[in-house]
Design a protein around this ligand. Sequence first.
Ligand SMILES: O=C(O)C(=O)Cc1ccccc1
Length: 322
Amino acid sequence: ASMTAPRLPFLAARTCSAAAAFSSLSSSPLQCCPVKRTSATNTNSAPLLSASRPGAPAADGVGSADLNRLRASAMPVADSPLPTYTDPHELPRPLTGADLMESGGEGLKVAYQGFPGAYSESAAKKAYPHCQTVPCEHFDTAFQAVENCTVDRAVLPLENTLGGSIHRNYDLLLRHELHIVGDVRLAVRHCLLANRGVKIGDLRSVMSHPQALAQCEHTLTELGIEQRQAVDDTAGAAKLVTEQMLQDTGAVASSLAAELYGLDILAENIQDEKENVTRFMMLAREPIVPQVDKPFKFRPALCFHLKIGNLHNSSRHLQFLH
Ligand SMILES: O=C(O)C(=O)Cc1ccccc1
């Protein structure tokens, strides 16, 4: 959602299971659901080998339910028959160093705000090239999805060269207990998109994320397009233009969005400043995961809130962002 998007109720009344959330990933983004902490997502399907080796001591505290089951079947007692394994290839394989160094984000689910084809999705793919991206309706939804283990990471915009900071995400950082584990910069190249057969001269209006509209304001005016319509994300704008078969309204979005939603590219690189970079942050439940997340460089930017009349206590709320 944009900086101007209305704040959703913090906790919605219904529950939301991970299975339900993933049932329609490609078409609609995740919606807000209550924050519910569950056990961490296991991105590696292979249990530890020590559990399946007969007579080996159990690894304390690691998957104890499974260990107990394996122990019961694998450790023969006087009267029970020896276990018979039909296909050794179906047995769990040992974890290797490579499993612990999934540098491309294999097996990670990464939330972003918007529809498929949004710049945030490209940033998520840049940060974790082999991840599975998960569209979310609002920034809050992405924060909650990490917190309740529906996903492993979120990649959200923090600031850009033209529009400045995205304050909504700074606010959310204070209200949630997630960690910034890295950042990624994306050069944003906006395109003017429209339905097949529509010409620039036919367009009276253009739809996009407010930051994208602001970044192209001068060029759009020069092209003779006067009206602006703000929506939650650039790809969502492209989707609307297609679905409603609009003939007098275009979208400002990426070339990827043009491809995904079957729109023509009427003009490329239409941002007023050719150097247009947005910086995204990578969020996780734990402070840092070596080899998966690049260490985050600290910069002297601060984010804090004050309670009126409680100034002396404000350092408690101080958070170092970079
Ligand atoms: O709307 C999008 O596609 C986004 O990911 C947010 C955004 C909008 C404009 C520039 C960079 C990111």
